[in-house]
Design a protein around this ligand. Sequence first.
Ligand SMILES: C[C@H](O)[C@H](O)[C@H]1CNC2=NC(N)=NC(=O)C2=N1
Length: 113
Amino acid sequence: MSELSAQKCEACRADAPKVSDEELAVLVKQIPDWTPIVVDGIMQLERVFKFKNFKLALEFTNKLGAMAEDEGHHPGILTEWGKVTVTWWSHSIKGLHKNDFICAAKTDALLED
Ligand SMILES: C[C@H](O)[C@H](O)[C@H]1CNC2=NC(N)=NC(=O)C2=N1
């Protein structure tokens, strides 16, 4: 299977399965800078990206937004001076889907652009 960041998200369906505990254990290893968290009972992936100022944080935010639109899958984003907190989870299933791991990897790849 290709690198997570090279894969495409699939359409978010309400009956799609959440990742299993076994899949989670494998997938988190591929995105080591991300932390699984639980918010209001919903498991999410979170990473804080640090920048030198607000302008760079906003530029990254805009790249992330464009990627999300391309994928049809959207993160939670908190953009502040010098940092951007990104959370990925699937609203349709109230939990984590493979899409979230693909998008987390694609988010990391934005730093290389
Ligand atoms: C209609 C639209 O494609 C859906 O609502 C998409 C939009 N973006 C999404 N993003 C995320 N993170 N989860 C979803 O379930 C989701 N659904």
